[in-house]
Write a protein that binds this ligand. Structure first.
Ligand SMILES: C[S@@+](CC[C@H](N)C(=O)[O-])C[C@H]1O[C@@H](n2cnc3c(N)ncnc32)[C@H](O)[C@@H]1O
Length: 204
């Protein structure tokens, strides 16, 4: 007998397919955006860890024709059929790639999203540590490219370093919530930081 988590997993997978999204993860971002009003028409968005592109599709759909969506991944991403979606292949932690992001956004992005994930080993402490390291990279990128007042959506796995990381996030954003979307598997320890009112790179 399949458990609740696999039935729901199948359901979200089918729903994502039915709506033409490249990943079931897209439904998580849609849900977060609906609940917390993340995207607006015309937004400049940087999406870290974009492949295969489900979050990019959602960001492009909500930012519209006047927005600009920049996707970054180590892996190649199939192009989206929109001129205002730019894809960069590389490590979000590399200084060259970060310089390019600063140039493209003019250091005035409205939203940074990160669904970056390491290759999971199944050893929770190790996976959690690597995930927090990627979340720190995302936070560094946000400090470089977000405008004051900007927003961020950021994935982490629960674990020993979670509370210390939450404090780091709270130093940079006036409003920080932790949310687990319905579309996220019950069995997964992933949660998303939903952050608004970026205070500036030095946290003041
Ligand atoms: C869960 S997937 C993202 C799914 C995506 N949000 C979607 O909806 O299609 C995580 C991605 O993070 C990427 N990633 C991991 N480390 C990275 C890094 N240092 N720089 C850029 N991308 C990275 C992986 O290559 C992988 O494609």
């Amino acid at each position: 007998m399949p458990d609740r988590s696999s039935i729901l997993g199948d359901y979200y997978y089918r729903e994502a397919k039915r709506h033409g999204y490249r990943s079931r993860s897209a439904l998580k971002l849609l849900e977060i955006s609906d609940k917390f009003r993340i995207f607006r028409r015309g937004d400049v968005v940087v999406d870290l860890g974009s492949a295969p592109g489900g979050w990019l599709q959602v960001a492009r759909q909500l930012a519209g024709d006047d927005g600009l969506v920049i996707g970054v991944d180590l892996a190649e991403i199939d192009p989206l059929p929109h001129e205002n979606v730019i894809l960069l292949r590389g490590d979000a932690g590399s200084p060259q790639l970060q310089d390019e992001l600063v140039k493209l956004t003019g250091a005035a992005a409205d939203v940074v999203t990160s669904d970056m994930a390491p290759k999971f080993t199944g050893i929770h402490d190790l996976d959690h540590g690597r995930q927090i390291a990627l979340a720190n990279v995302a936070l560094e990128v946000a400090k470089m490219v977000l405008r004051p007042g900007g927003k961020m959506v950021l994935k982490v796995l629960m674990g020993a370093d979670f509370e210390a990381f939450r404090k780091d996030v709270q130093r940079l954003f006036a409003n920080v919530r932790v949310y687990k979307p319905n579309a996220s598997r019950d069995s997964s320890s992933e949660v998303y930081f939903v952050c608004t009112r970026f205070s500036g790179p030095s946290g003041d």
